[in-house]
Design a protein. Structure first.
Length: 457
C-alpha cells in the first residue's frame, strides 16, 4: 500500500525519518493550481504529437480538473508518503481515471515540472504585486496632489534642514516604488520562459512540441538549455532581490511614518483601524502596521540570503537542495505582497496636520540657507554669507526666536546688505516657492510633476 511512484528498484521502504525529512508536500501544495495547469498543457501536447491517442488528453484534463475541484473544496487528502505536490496529484489522477493516468509523466521529470510550476507561480505573484504597486504609486500621487502646498521640514541627519512641501516628499516615495515595480516587471521577462521539456536534465526522446506547451501556459518562450533550465533558480533570487529592495523602501517610509505619528512630531494621523492600543497604557495608539512592515523587511532580506547561499555550491544539473527554495521564496512573496497591499490600502487615509508641519519647519531655522542665498544675490560671496547667517542664527537661538522674528536693525548688524525685503525670503512659503525647477520642491513643480505622471498614465 506504500508503493512509491519511483520504487521499482528499491528493496525496502523509506525510513519514516527520511520520509518526514524529505517531504515537501506540507509546503509545496500551494503550487497545485500551477502544477495542474502545467500537466494539462503537457497532456494536450502529448496527444498532439501522437504520444497519447486521440481523446486521451481530454480524459486526463478532466481528471485533473476534478482533482482541482477537490483540492479547492478541501476534499483532497495530501499524503506525506507521496513526497510532494506533483506525486500527490499524479497518484490521485491514476486512482481516479485508471491506467491512463500513468502515461501523464511521459517525456517529463519532476525536475522540469517543478521548475515550470515555480516559474508560473512567481509570474502570477509578480502580476498581482505589480497591480498593488501601481495602486500604491497612485495613492502617493493623490496624496501629493492634496498636499502640494503643505509645508513641512525637510531633514538631513534627521535635523531640520530646509522646508519642503509634503507633496514633494510623497513624490520622492513614489519614485522609489516605481523603480521597484520596474524591477519586478523586468524580472518577469526572465521568469516567464518555459523549462518543461528539459525532462530530468538532458531533454527527452519523445517528439515534444515545447512551443505549443509555452503558448498554452502563456510563457513568452522556451528555455534554450535543458541542464540550465532544471537547475537554476536565479529567477527566484531575482524576485527576492527586487522584493528586498522594495522592503527596504517600505521600511524607510515606515521609520518616517512612525516618527511622524508620535505626538512629539505630530505631522500625520493614521486611521484607528491601522493602529493598536497598549494593554497597560490607556493613552497609547501605536503605529503597528508601519512597525511590522519595518520588521518584516528583515525576513525578506533573509529569504534572499537563503536562496543565494542555497544556490552557490550546486553543480549542474538538478540537485535536491533546490527543494529548499520554496519556503524562503514563498515567504518573500507573501511578505512583500502583504506589505505593499497594506500601504496601498492605508495611504489614501493618512491625515496631514498641516499647521504642525508648517510650524516645525518654521521653528527649525529652515530658511537660513535662503538668507545666505539672499546675501549672495546682494553681492556677498557664498562662504561669507554662510558665516554671517550662522552668526545671526546663533543670536536667534539665544533669543529663542526665528530669524524672521529678528528686528531689521538686528539683522543689519550682521550685514549692511540686508534690507526690508529680507522678510519675504525668510518665510517658509518663499523658501519652497523659490526652488522652482524640475525636481525641486515648489508647489508649482510638484503640480507639474503630478501632471506629467498623470499624462504618462
Ligand atoms: N520536490 C522536488 C523539488 O521541490 C521536486 C522533485 C525532484 N526530486 C527528485 N528527486 N528529482 O525540487
Amino acid at each position: 500500500g506504500n508503493r512509491k511512484l519511483w520504487g521499482g528498484r528499491f528493496s525496502e521502504s523509506t525510513s519514516a525519518l527520511v520520509e518526514r525529512f524529505s517531504e515537501s508536500v506540507s509546503f509545496d501544495q500551494r503550487l497545485y493550481r500551477h502544477d495542474i495547469r502545467g500537466s494539462q498543457a503537457h497532456a494536450r501536447m502529448l496527444e498532439r504529437v501522437g504520444v497519447l491517442a486521440n481523446g486521451e488528453a481530454q480524459i486526463i484534463v478532466d481528471g485533473l480538473d476534478a482533482i482541482l475541484a477537490d483540492i479547492e473544496a478541501g476534499r483532497f487528502e495530501w499524503k506525506t508518503a507521496l513526497e510532494d505536490v506533483h506525486m500527490n496529484i499524479e497518484a490521485r489522477l491514476t486512482e481516479n481515471i485508471g491506467e491512463l493516468g500513468k502515461k501523464l509523466h511521459t517525456g517529463r521529470s519532476r525536475n522540469d515540472q517543478v521548475a515550470t510550476d515555480i516559474r508560473l507561480y512567481v509570474r502570477d505573484a509578480i502580476d498581482a504585486l505589480v497591480a498593488d504597486m501601481t495602486r500604491l504609486a497612485d495613492a502617493l500621487l493623490d496624496l501629493a496632489e492634496r498636499e502640494a502646498d503643505s509645508i513641512m521640514p525637510g531633514f538631513t541627519h534627521l535635523q531640520i534642514a530646509q522646508p519642503v512641501t509634503f507633496g514633494h516628499h510623497m513624490l520622492a516615495w513614489r519614485e522609489q516604488i516605481l523603480r521597484d515595480r520596474a524591477r519586478f516587471i523586468d524580472a518577469r521577462r526572465r521568469t516567464n520562459i518555459l523549462p518543461l521539456g528539459s525532462a530530468a536534465l538532458a531533454g527527452t526522446v519523445y517528439p515534444i512540441d515545447r512551443e505549443y506547451v509555452a503558448e498554452q501556459l502563456g510563457f513568452d518562450g522556451v528555455t534554450e538549455n535543458s541542464l540550465d533550465a532544471v537547475s537554476d533558480r536565479d529567477f527566484a533570487i531575482e524576485f527576492c532581490a527586487a522584493a528586498s529592495l522594495t522592503q527596504v523602501h517600505l521600511s524607510r517610509w515606515s521609520e518616517e511614518l512612525i516618527l511622524w505619528v508620535t505626538p512629539m512630531f505630530g505631522f500625520i494621523r493614521l486611521p484607528d483601524r491601522y493602529c493598536t492600543g497598549s494593554s497597560i497604557m490607556p493613552q497609547k495608539k501605536n503605529p503597528d502596521v508601519p512597525e511590522l512592515i519595518r520588521g518584516k523587511s528583515g525576513r525578506v532580506i533573509g529569504d534572499l540570503q537563503a536562496l543565494l547561499v542555497l544556490m552557490k555550491g550546486q553543480p549542474l544539473a538538478y540537485n535536491r537542495d533546490n527543494q529548499e527554495d520554496k519556503e524562503p521564496l514563498f515567504d518573500a512573496i507573501d511578505t512583500v505582497s502583504a506589505c505593499v497591499r497594506l500601504y496601498a490600502d492605508m495611504f489614501p487615509h493618512i491625515g496631514v496636520n498641516r499647521e504642525t508641519c508648517r510650524e516645525a519647519a518654521f521653528k527649525g531655522y529652515s530658511t537660513a540657507t535662503d538668507l545666505a542665498d539672499y546675501l549672495v544675490r546682494k553681492g556677498l560671496a557664498f562662504r561669507d554669507a554662510h558665516h554671517v547667517v550662522g552668526a545671526a542664527v546663533g543670536h536667534a537661538v539665544e533669543q529663542g526666536c526665528d530669524l524672521s522674528e529678528l528686528p531689521i536693525d538686528t539683522l543689519r548688524g550682521y550685514s549692511a546688505l540686508i534690507g526690508e525685503d529680507v522678510y519675504a525670503v525668510l518665510t517658509v512659503e518663499g523658501s519652497v516657492a523659490a526652488r522652482d525647477h524640475i525636481g525641486g520642491t515648489s508647489p508649482g513643480q510638484v503640480r507639474a510633476a503630478i501632471a506629467r505622471a498623470r499624462a504618462a498614465g
